[in-house]
Structure formats: C-alpha cells, structure tokens
Write a protein that binds this ligand. Sequence first.
Ligand code: GLC
Length: 562
Amino acid sequence: MCKITIFLGLFLTAGCAPSEEWWRDSFIYQIYPRSFKDSNGDGVGDINGITSKLEHLVDLNVSAFWISPFFKSPMSDFGYDISNFTDIDPIFGTLDDFSKLITKAKSLNLKVILDFVPNHSSNKHPWFQKSIQKIPPYDNYYVWRNATFVNGTRHPPNNWLSVTRGSAWTWNDVRQQYYLHQFSYFQPDLNFRSSALNQEMKDVLTFWTKRGVDGFRVDAIPQAFEDARFLDEPVKPNTGLPPDDPNTLEHIYTKNQKETYELVRSWRNHLDAMNGTRKIILTESYITLDELNQSMKYYEYGADIAFNFMFVTGFNNRSTPTDFKDGIEKWLAHMPRGNYSSNWVVDNHDNNRVSARFGKRRADQLTMLSAVLPGVGVVYYGDEIGMEDTWLSYNETVDPIGCSAGPTGYNITSRDPARTPFQWDNSTSAGFSTNKTTWLRVNPNYPILNLAAQKTVSHSHYSIFKKLVALKKKLVIKTGSVEVISVADRVLGIVRRVSGSVPVVLLINFSNGYVIFDASYQLKIPPRMTVYVSNFDSSLPEGVTINTPSLVLAPAASVILM
Ligand code: GLC
C-alpha cells in the first residue's frame, strides 16, 4: 500500500511497501521508431532496428520501453494518424518482425508497451470512408453534426477549437455534415458513444495483448469524449491570444469528461479479464498544476501511470527551487490514496529536449530528480547520452504542426528538433542508418556526442544515467520518506530516508554562481557523506567523501550523496 503523508507541509512519506510489480520504481524508456535504428538503409527507423538494439536497453537496465505508433498510416502525423489499428506500416516492417521483437524482448526480460491511439483515426481509414457514405454501423463511428447557418452562411456547429488551432470541425461535401477533429483535420475523432466502435477499439487491445505486449500508453485520452449537448465552450477573458488558439477556451465540454474516465475503467476491466500478467495503462493528459485532480482521476479509473508532465511543461529554465518544491509536493500530496505509483516524465517526442528546455549544463538534472523521487521515471531515447535539439530549417521541417506555423513560427511549434536520429557512434548517419540521407537530418554534433564515445570515458551522461537506473532499485528510493527543500531559493534538495540506513540526498544548484552552505544543518543529513553521482559542473567527484557542513556546489551542479 502506498500512502503519502504530509507532516507540517515539510515532510512527505511515500510509505510504499516494496512491490514486486515490474513497472513500479523503474525507468520506462520511450522509443520513437522512425529515429531509433534503421535496419534496411531507407533512412527511417524500423522494428527490426529496434530489435537489433535491445541489448542497449538491457545495458541501461530499464524495465520497459514504449514505442510510438508503427501502425499502418498515411504518416501525415508520423503514425498518430492510423489507417489500420491492427497492422504494421511497411515502412516499419511486418507483424512477423513485431513477433520477433516481442520474442527477443521477453528473452531479455524487457517489457514492451505500445501506443494506443483511441481518440482518432486517419481520414484515410476505411471506417471513415464508409462513415462518409453513411454505411452502417460506420455511419456512427465518428462525430458528425449539421451546420449552423447565420444569414444563410454555413458555420460549424459550435466554437470548439482543435489542439492544432482553428475550428475543430471540417465540412464534408459528400455527407453534407461537419466532422469533429480535436487534432488535425486528417485525424477525425472516433465516436465512443457508438457501441460498435467501442467494441472495435477493445478488439484492438485484445489483438496486441494476444501478441504479447505488456501494456499500453494511451494517446490523447482527455479528448476521447465530448459533452453530448455540443454547447459552445466559454471564452477565457483577456488571453491576448488569437481567436483560433485553443488556449482561448475553457475546455469544459471537450476534455476529461465523466465518460472518458469510465472508458478507461472499461479498458482496465477488459485487459484484466484476459489471462496473464497485468497489462499496464499509461495515460497521456497534459494539465496545469491547478488541474491535478483531473489527471489523478485516471489512476482511480484504472491507469497505472497517469503521466506527470510537470518537468516538461510545468517548469522551464526560469523556474526556481521553490517552484519545483511546490510542484513536487503538490503532485505527491494529490496522489490518490492506495497502491499507486508516482511518475516523472523527463522528455518526449512532443516537446523540446531537456537540454534545450533547461540548458545543456543542466541536462541530467531532471533525470536525477526522476530517479530520486518515488515512482517511475519516464525517459525518451537519447536522454541517456544528453542528446540535444537539432536546429532544422523550415525547408527541412516535416512535422505538420511546424509546417502549418509557416517560416516565421515553425521554430517555436515544430517537434522535429527533438525527433532526430539516435546518435549511436561517429560513423555514417551516427550509426543510425547506412544511408547518408535520413528522414530528419542527424544532429551535426554526433561525431562528439554519441553513445560509443561516452562508453569510452568514465564520466558521461551515459555513466550518470546508468547509476540513476541502479539507484531507482534501492529500498530507500522505493519506500523512504520524501523531503523537498529549497535552500535560499538557490538550491533544491531532495532527501529520502528509511530508518537504519544512510539517507539519499539530491542537491541541485539552480544558480549560475557557487553556493556554499551547511547542508548538514539545513537538510538534517550526516556530516560526512559520499558522492554517489555528480554532473559535469559539480566540484564533487564521484566516490569522494565530503563534509556536508561546508558544502560547495559549483554553478548548475547536481549531486547525489549517500
Ligand atoms: C499525442 C501525441 C502527439 C500527436 C497527438 C495526436 O499528443 O503524443 O504526437 O500528434 O497526440 O495524436
């Protein structure tokens, strides 16, 4: 049972009995399949490429990996626009290739998690084509509404806006109705009020579960249901944003509806009814710190991990130790009572990489936090070597969100910079592909920044990462109390304690100057402690025993003591 208790607002106990469930207190690694490893030289990563590199994940000692979609798709959103939920796109391989991946992963004791995209299909999906033709039962598989008319002019049924900007409705001339798309026009929303569609999507879960997967990351879950009255959403006052920006609306009718939580519960029950080990559910829902309850509810309705994106979208390089302390304590205090695990997402395919968000010198800090805090750390391919965003010109941009922002706005919205190929070594295309041309250009820093190079030195992002994964498995991290401390708003400290053993202490210097302080007094830690791991800026080399009453932290230093 995992119980979080707050004492005087200062001290949190994770109170979890150590659990044998494989996914708790572990690291889960995200693979973006186009960019991990290309096995056939076409410049795009594929399933056989992933299979050939599973030893890397074993070496890192992560428990599981989740793979962004590799299903049949026109690739308008690079796989998040699916035209067949139970087949693999030829660019990535075949179902046989997938079986080989599963077999090898099982032999290496790695768990495999797939991306389940229930909110929408591609507009090229045969279901949508039949829906346009009003062929039962597909007529009802999508959300169709009549136009409204103002002075004889046709308008969408209401003011709802898509995540990608502009109306969430597109007119279809054949069916003479609008269809809903909470994302791009080529991603029509599926209608879970249709029992036939509901069953189809359960069958998708069955299909992949029978093929041996260990869980599902559920894409864009908040958008699964909309309020059936189709009322206008309230406009937020004074946002100063253009009127087609979705952040101008309060999404009270299009996100996190009651039925959405019940849908997750129905998938939980469906997966539990199948034989074998528990299949985990990870839900993708972006919320602000004021909306934590909306995410936490996914836990209560059957998610094992409701992604916590606080480190990705909640904070940036201007955030202070106090901001982090408040956010972390808030998350822990809001965790539902019961046997639930926290989680800390470091990076993903939809956002700039951590080194771009916080600065190169601070690249490892968030992985350190995700290791020391209770629960699951969720990392993205390349985090283990400190991969950086790749600058790409507008002409090189392929992400639809980047392209639609045009030459002046693409560099803010494009997700391509964080999706460039994994940098394995200093050979052609960083060892990602034998092809010199890859779907996105390899970062030019690859001759220096690559896995092979980092393996040859004793201290690197890679060596730090491996130590962090090992740390996650320690009893004090699994079961210890949690204290989050801001020292003069310059240093963030996390202390994990269990009685009878040395605490684990993470210290992060947020400032650009040296900080000298009495950590022993401020954090109530022993006067002499050993440096377990430290980042490059630290003046505290690993393995050395130091005096905590006169601790010196170099600018941007991060260090874990025990
Ligand atoms: C999720 C995915 C993102 C995709 C969107 C639409 O947010 O992470 O990559 O574009 O859903 O499927």
